[in-house]
Structures are given as structure tokens and as C-alpha cells.
Design a protein around this ligand. Structure first.
Ligand code: EPZ
Length: 417
């Protein structure tokens, strides 16, 4: 198991450039299989989830090359409708292969996905969407089997604005006959990014970014070039790190609009924020103010930023109440923060964070991506040395984390084991 060693209490300052969005990339990469020619995705982040997805596509017969941050996906040779379980179990987003394989071949066999350990993550809304489009759906032995003689556009009302279900239904509907209307659709930036890519491929998707998305199926899609949007959650993590260390960091190459819920909370916590064009400068206070927050679908405060925010609030001057409304088990990392001296009580899905003047480095372990981000933020602001075990999990979603942190003044080292 690799670990990250942090010698904390260094005030971060300087510039950090944000990479392409993980959650966009893992939708765009399988979407490229829908084209009849090669697609080129630019600004792809060099993270483990992207590498795993590239391998899955190769196993399905596609040709994939990655040159720095540019990925080319050529679907010629892609002929299998069965996604190999040993790879799909490694990342949650492998469920997007269901929509893609169903659209392309009228059938799909995809193992139930893996991903972060943050509580039950059903996919009933995805399956409801496939059924509405005319697919037969069975789940046997942990494998989802889909079959449709023909996919036909249909209305789909989502019980919750699920990001995954919205994207999966968009993928399946893109080559269906007729129009699909997704109501109560997710509005996250990566839903819009996928719609833009599908449209560049010759698709007809309207309304992405609102809660009603219309997908008019087309007969064929072609390959297209596309640039992945910046990763708002990577940006949020560096913004939190700046606040936690009382630092002064310019987070560059972002879409500031996507970060508004995070910016607003950090201002409440006492950070000074300047933003213009594609950068956000964050100047952290000596100790943050306490703030209350509830995670919500976009444009609410993102669940993926909840964990690093709690690490910031652990050193605040008062009591904060943080409510996690998306996942049952997204506060498990709190026990690790407590090892570092944090005073946090968890009641159900709520964390009551009583700020303390200092955190102290300790050996800690992460079992999910954003929990890892939380421990990094805590380690940066703690006195002494923090060892974070499970660095592979952080590598799933953070590109070159130790290089980027070192460049803004952190003392961090990777130890491979
Ligand atoms: C996406 O997960 C992200 N993953 C998650 O990012 C993120 O936390 C989440 O959206 C919310 O923003 C990717 O984009 C690959 P959902 P997803 O479907 O699509 C329930 C990270 O750290 N639900 O919007 O799985 C579900 O259990 C990660 O980068 C159903 O009940 O999220 C959850 O409570 C982790 N039935 C809520 O909806 C369904 O069919 C939101 O899930 C689908 C979802």
C-alpha cells in the first residue's frame, strides 16, 4: 500500500493548475465508443480511474492511446458487449458501459460497479430509464444484462436527480429512435460536458444543465474532438487546503461558476476570495469561522467537497454542523480526523464539528477518494507528520497530487510499498 507523508503547518502559497474533470472524463471516454470514427479528448486528467477506463475499452476491442493529457479513442475493433468484471469492479463509472453497449449493440452485460465505500449506491434509476426505452433488464449473479431489439425514445421521470442515471440514459437514448425526455435530471457540470460532446459527435441533446433534458436519437454518431472541463472537485480541494493552512493560493484553469457553492461557504468561513476569468485566489484566515452546511445536488454544496470542508472546520473557532444528504456512509473518515485531535461527533448523517486550535499529525488510512482529500487537507494544517495510507485511492481522482502540493509550498512525499 502506498502512503503519502505530510509534514504539516506549512502555509501554502503560489499557483496550482487544475486538471480535467474526473467525473466528466469517465463519462466522455465510454461515450467516445458511440462514434463511428475516432474521438480525441483533450485535457484528460492523468488519474487512475482514467487509466482503468482506458484498459476496459481496450479489453472491449477499441484502440485507445494517451499522449500526455490527450486521449484518442478509436472504436474500430470494438465488438464485445460484455464488460470484464475484474476491471469494472474497480470503478463506479463503469456503469456507463451499460448505456453505451446497449445503444451500440442492443445488448450489454456489465458487472455491478465498484467504487468508493460510501454506503449503498443503488442503480434502480438507471435501470428504470433503460426499461422505459424498451430494454429488457435482468440482474443475475451480480451482472446486469440488458437486451433490446430496438430502443425507442420515451419520457423518464427520475425519482432523484441522479448524475449517473441522467448520463446513462443520455448515452442509451443518443442512438434510440425518437425523443427521450429526462425530467428531474441532474444539472452537474459534467452532465453538460457530456451533452456538448454528444452534440459535437452529431447527437441532438437539448436542455443539459436544466432539470429537463431532451435527447433526439440519431441514426449514427461520428467521432469528434472535445476538451474536458476542469475538475471542480480538485479545485475545491486545493481551495480548502489554502484555507486550512492560512495560505494564499491561486487556483488556475477553472470555471468559476462551477465553484460558486464552495466559494460562498469558504467566504463564510473567513477566506478572502478573488476571482476573475479562469482563476480563483483564496487567502485563508488564521483560523476559519464555523459554518453550517448541507450537501445537495448541483448547484447546492457538493457532497464531494464535504469531507475536505470538515477538515478545514476541524480548526475553526466554533461549532459547525455538517449534514450529508446524499450518502449514508460518507462520514466514516471522521474517526481518522479524531486521531489527529479533531473534536467531531457524528449523529447519523450529521457531523458536529467543534473547532480546536490545533491538529496533530498521525498515521491515518483512507477508504474513499474524498476522505483521502480530507486527510490531506487535515495533514497540511496539522503540526508534525501525517502518514496517509491508501494513497492509491487518492490517485484515483487527484492528478500528481504530491507535485502540485509541493509546488505551492507543502512538504509531502510519496512512499511506494
Ligand atoms: C456521481 O456519482 C459522482 N461520480 C460522485 O462522485 C458524486 O458524489 C455523485 O455523483 C453526486 O454528485 C461520478 O460522476 C462517477 P448519483 P453517482 O447517481 O452518479 C442515489 C467522487 O468522489 N441513487 O447522483 O453514483 C444514490 O445512492 C464521487 O468523485 C439511487 O438511489 O451519484 C445517492 O444517494 C463519489 N438510485 C444519490 O442518489 C439510482 O439509481 C446520488 O447518486 C442512482 C442514485
Amino acid at each position: 500500500m502506498a502512503k503519502l507523508i505530510i509534514e504539516g503547518k506549512k502555509r501554502l502559497s503560489g499557483e496550482v493548475r487544475i486538471g480535467g474533470s474526473k467525473n466528466s472524463s469517465v463519462a466522455l471516454i465510454p461515450a467516445a465508443l458511440l462514434g463511428e470514427g475516432p474521438s480525441t479528448l483533450d485535457n484528460v486528467p492523468l488519474i487512475r480511474d482514467v487509466q482503468v477506463f482506458a484498459q476496459i475499452l481496450k479489453d472491449l476491442g477499441a484502440s485507445v492511446t494517451l499522449d500526455r493529457n490527450t486521449m484518442t479513442v478509436a472504436p474500430n475493433g470494438f465488438s464485445s458487449h460484455v464488460a470484464p468484471y475484474d476491471l469494472v469492479r474497480k470503478l463506479r463509472a463503469s456503469y456507463y458501459l451499460m448505456g453505451v453497449l446497449l445503444a451500440k449493440f442492443g445488448k450489454a452485460e456489465v458487472g455491478l460497479p465498484g467504487g468508493c465505500d460510501i454506503g449503498p449506491r443503488p442503480i434502480d434509476q438507471h435501470l428504470k430509464g433503460f426499461r422505459a426505452l424498451g430494454a429488457e433488464v435482468t440482474v443475475e449473479g451480480g451482472v446486469v444484462k440488458l437486451f433490446a431489439k430496438k430502443l425507442t425514445g420515451a419520457p423518464v421521470y427520475l425519482d432523484i436527480p441522479s448524475v449517473g442515471a441522467t448520463i446513462n440514459i443520455m448515452l442509451a437514448a443518443s442512438l434510440a429512435e425518437g425523443t427521450t425526455v429526462i425530467e428531474n435530471a441532474a444539472k452537474e457540470p459534467h452532465v453538460v460536458d457530456l451533452a456538448n460532446f454528444l452534440n459535437a459527435m452529431g447527437g441532438r441533446v437539448l436542455g443539459a444543465g436544466t432539470d429537463v433534458i431532451r435527447i433526439k436519437g440519431v441514426k449514427r454518431l461520428h467521432g469528434a474532438p472535445h476538451s474536458v472541463i476542469p475538475d471542480d472537485m480538485e479545485a475545491a480541494t486545493y481551495m480548502m487546503a489554502a484555507v486550512a493552512t492560512g495560505g494564499d493560493v491561486e487556483v488556475k484553469g477553472v470555471i468559476t461558476k462551477h465553484l460558486e457553492p464552495v466559494t460562498a461557504k469558504l467566504k463564510e468561513a473567513g477566506a478572502v476570495i478573488e476571482q476573475n476569468g479562469d482563476y480563483i485566489r483564496v487567502i485563508g484566515p488564521e483560523r476559519p469561522n464555523p459554518v453550517n452546511v448541507k450537501t445537495l445536488p448541483y448547484p447546492g454544496f457538493p457532497t464531494d467537497a464535504q469531507q475536505p470542508l470538515v477538515a478545514v472546520l476541524a480548526r475553526s473557532t466554533g461549532v459547525s454542523v455538517v449534514q450529508e444528504s446524499m450518502y449514508d456512509n460518507r462520514l466514516g473518515y471522521v474517526s481518522e480526523l479524531i486521531k489527529m485531535g479533531a473534536k467531531i461527533k457524528v449523529e447519523g448523517r450529521t457531523a458536529i464539528v467543534e473547532g480546536v486550535p490545533r491538529l496533530v499529525g498521525a498515521p491515518v488510512t483512507t477508504n474513499d477518494l474524498r476522505a483521502g482529500a480530507s486527510l490531506v487537507v487535515a495533514g497540511l494544517s496539522a503540526e508534525g507528520t501525517t502518514e496517509i495510507y491508501g494513497l492509491e485511492i487518492i490517485d484515483r481522482g487527484y492528478e500528481l497530487i504530491e507535485e502540485k502540493l509541493s509546488a505551492i509550498g507543502a512538504k509531502v512525499f510519496r512512499v511506494e510499498n
